[in-house]
Design a protein around this ligand. Structure first.
Ligand code: NA7
Length: 287
């Protein structure tokens, strides 16, 4: 079994790290808010004081933090990854960021002799707990092969997409589609309600035809019940829509559906729903 580091123990990072432990790997963890290390330490992980301390004692370190700013701070901040990365060390960033961030991170690691894999994931809290995430990898393919046992412990599918940046681009495309889908679904729920159609009837009809999908099946009953406990925080989907629209702009592509979804998510953020599940976009639509 191998030894891994893990930085960022939020909704996604904590269960992903726990799955590395369950698979029998040795683990060293760090989180900005130190208390969040406690459940993993109780399961046998060691705890370090800074990202640099993790990298210093682990051949491979995973990161799973909020956004591009957090990713860059992990690397370039005081006590950051770059203070310890070098020959024989690898860094795997699973955070959802824009391609420019990955493209900036990669050479800062490799110029010091380290190796880098971009590995954002598709899937939220439950797949992270169940070890059924989809990894969207790009960069150092030989590193991917070396850490395949760790990825297998956390996910069910591993895609390799080519050069660094392609993992981030794929993730933004996927989450842009998801943002549009959940917004359309929320509009359907609100319209059905106002038209006197019971939510359960709507779900049964949707689920019996070509529109059946796991997102609607899982989220529908919770949205109808007003349960917005976060599996994927709304603020992160808002970030992903912003980054996807930015990518579209760079490629001179107009994305009207994503633009409308982004506006609905912005209203939900302004209504104080950022820390709720992304399906709370329903509240912004219902008004
Ligand atoms: P959470 O549950 O919001 O967790 C975010 C994590 O990122 C958490 O560990 C944070 O530490 C950490 N974070 C945020 N900002 C920083 C900075 N500046 N420096 C270091 N660490 C930071 O998000 P999820 O686990 O749901 O999502 C993680 C990623 O997967 C994200 O990119 C999603 O879009 C997909 P804290 O505990 O707040 O101190």
């Amino acid at each position: 079994m191998a030894k891994y580091g893990f930085l960022g123990l939020g909704i996604m990072g904590c269960p992903m790290a726990a799955n590395l432990l369950k698979a029998g790997h040795e683990l060293v963890v760090w989180n900005r808010t130190p208390d969040k290390c406690a459940p993993l330490v109780a399961q046998g992980a060691a705890r370090a004081g800074t990202p640099a301390e993790v990298v210093a004692v682990c051949p491979v370190t995973f990161a799973m933090v909020s956004d591009p700013e957090a990713s860059l701070e992990l690397l370039f901040g005081t006590g950051g990854v770059l203070e310890s990365i070098g020959e024989g060390k690898a860094y795997v960033d699973c955070s959802t960021v824009d391609p420019h961030t990955s493209i900036e991170v990669s050479p800062s690691i490799t110029e010091q002799g380290g190796r880098f894999l971009e590995a954002p994931v598709s899937g939220s809290r439950k797949p992270a707990e169940d070890g059924t995430l989809l990894f969207l990898c790009a960069g150092d393919q030989s590193l991917l092969e070396e850490i395949r046992p760790a990825l297998d412990a956390m996910g069910k599918t591993i895609h390799f997409l080519g050069e660094v940046g392609q993992g981030a681009r794929m993730k933004l495309v996927i989450n842009m589609i998801m943002g549009g889908m959940i917004t359309a679904f929320a509009e359907g729920l609100v319209l059905a309600d106002k038209a006197g159609i019971a939510a359960d009837d709507l779900f049964a009809v949707l689920d019996g035809g070509v529109l059946a999908n796991p997102l609607f099946r899982v989220k529908g009953p919770r949205m109808a019940a007003g349960d917005f406990a976060p599996a994927f925080p709304l603020k992160h989907e808002k970030k992903d829509l912003r980054l996807a629209l930015q990518l579209g702009e760079e490629l001179t592509l107009s994305l009207p559906t994503a633009t409308a979804a982004n506006a609905a998510f912005l209203r939900a953020m302004n209504a104080g729903c950022g820390d709720e599940d992304f399906s709370a976009v329903l509240k912004a639509i219902r008004g």
